[in-house]
Design a protein around this ligand. Structure first.
Ligand SMILES: Nc1ncnc2c1ncn2[C@@H]1O[C@H](COP(=O)(O)OP(=O)(O)OP(=O)(O)O)[C@@H](O)[C@H]1O
Ligand SMILES: [Mg+2]
Length: 283
């Protein structure tokens, strides 16, 4: 057991939206150099959890600690300044803006002073190209629109940006859900790299094949509550899959499908049991 201070921690956090209890008494910890996968059905509270960590929502009860210190963020910008970078699936990029612009998003390097201060595009382009190169993506011209990159590459721009600006915590809400196998593997490889660089990573996915290879631990949410955190060495891929799909639900689905099959067979039997259409009788 490690007694290190977790990089990010939720202590008995609840989040209510009026009468809706989206999170109830959640405690999770993620250490630096570790990937925690957040699992759970639609509506389980995954996005609410990460929005609470990244300053979009304020917890109704409980506390967030960053590197052991209580943290209260007024907005995502404050969370980012404190080192918590969040990559949202849809809001990650502005397609018509250049790769460089998307990479810096208002934090471009400048030259000159006072009224002569302007963005140093040459340097900005060079950094964007170089940082993308570090993760194996060769951007020939970083001034081209980000919309010309593939989905996986776009996710990587968002992640590269977080790492470049010194994030300590990287939060990814379903970054691979809309991607093909090859693109998803680019993103997964980069998650592994962020972990190796010492970031604490929280990763939401519905895909066990994406979750299992990169995760060190799995936390399962159900209707706003936590069913626990499981270390990878204590749980098999099949058990994770069962937790994700909900073992009980799959069993009842099996029964339902068997029922469909039976009624199909009965119908087919009725068709062949003498009540043949007149056409067949005349032959
Ligand atoms: N701003 C809000 N106002 C009211 N209710 C909300 C709000 N945000 C989330 N909820 C509710 O909280 C619950 C958890 O939602 P959340 O988006 O966190 O689920 P999720 O696990 O991310 O689901 P999915 O896998 O579909 O993305 C849902 O019942 C949702 O309707
Ligand atoms: Mg969600």
């Amino acid at each position: 057991m490690s007694e290190r201070t977790p990089m990010i921690e939720m202590c008995n956090v609840s989040k209510h939206f009026g009468s809706v209890i989206a999170l109830s008494d959640i405690s999770v910890q993620v250490h630096s150099g570790e990937v925690m996968c957040l699992l759970g059905d639609n509506g389980a509270g995954k996005s609410t959890l990460i929005k609470t960590l990244s300053g979009v929502h304020r917890p109704t009860h409980g506390e967030i600690r960053l590197n052991g210190e209580p943290a209260r963020f007024k907005s995502p910008a404050y969370a980012l300044d404190a080192g918590i970078a969040t990559v949202f699936q849809d809001l990650a990029m502005i397609p018509l803006m250049s790769i460089t612009r998307n990479f810096f998003m208002g934090r471009e390097p400048t030259v000159g002073w006072g009224p002569l201060k302007r963005i140093d595009w040459k340097l900005a382009d060079r950094i964007a190209k170089q940082e993308m190169g570090k993760i194996g993506i060769d951007v020939r011209d970083p001034s081209q629109p980000v919309g010309t990159l593939s989905g996986g590459e776009r996710q990587c721009v968002a992640i590269a940006r977080a790492v470049y600006f010194g994030a300590k915590v990287l939060i990814l809400d379903e970054p691979t859900s809309a991607l093909g196998v090859k693109q998803a593997s680019v993103v997964l490889r980069y998650i592994a790299k962020a972990r190796a660089d010492g970031l604490a990573v929280i990763f939401i996915t519905h895909n066990v094949h994406h979750a299992y290879p990169v995760a060190d631990a799995f936390t399962l949410l159900k209707r706003g509550g936590s069913l626990g955190t499981f270390r990878k060495e204590d749980i098999t891929r099949e058990e994770v899959l069962n937790m994700m799909a909900g073992g009980a639900e799959l069993e009842s689905l099996d029964a339902e499908l068997a029922e469909f099959q039976r009624s199909d067979t009965e119908r087919a039997d009725a068709d062949t049991s003498g009540v043949r259409p007149p056409l067949a009788a005349g032959q």
